[in-house]
Design a protein around this ligand. Structure first.
Ligand SMILES: [Zn+2]
Length: 135
């Protein structure tokens, strides 16, 4: 009987059915339903869901804008975009400071890995030259 179902602490459970078709497991609040299923709160719940959806799509848009920072050209685009965002007030100066610091770190890492790659190429070429001359 759903009307007599209670939690271990004796609180009545919501009598609604979830969208998945299972009984709602939330506490009933001020009636037979939880806050999410209370017909008196339907509009507020719908608005909150819409706000959540808008926030989530904004986050997705920001993630889609995230550039690849594994090349100098990617860093250049990112810094240019970030400068514009700071000027337009879309990114707080404190946040920008941290991001610019990260850009500096990334630049150093790119330079180091580029030097490593070029050195490895030179060493491989030198080894080939040696084996050709002496081998
Ligand atoms: Zn419920």
């Amino acid at each position: 009987m759903p009307s007599t179902e209670c939690t271990a602490t004796g609180q009545p459970r919501c009598q609604a059915t979830t969208q998945a078709g299972a009984p709602c497991r939330a506490f009933a609040v001020g009636g037979p339903h939880c806050r999410m299923h209370d017909p008196r709160h339907v509009d507020a719940v719908r608005e909150a869901r819409a706000r959540g959806g808008a926030k989530a799509s904004k986050l997705r848009a920001l993630r889609a804008r995230r550039p690849h920072l594994d090349s100098p050209s990617g860093l250049v685009r990112w810094v240019a975009q970030l400068l514009g965002d700071v000027v337009d007030g879309r990114v707080a100066p404190d946040t920008a400071r941290v991001l610019f610091y990260g850009v500096g770190q990334q630049r150093a890492l790119l330079e180091t890995s580029d030097l490593e790659r070029r050195l490895a190429e030179l060493e491989a070429r030198a080894a080939q030259g040696k084996s050709r001359r002496w081998g």
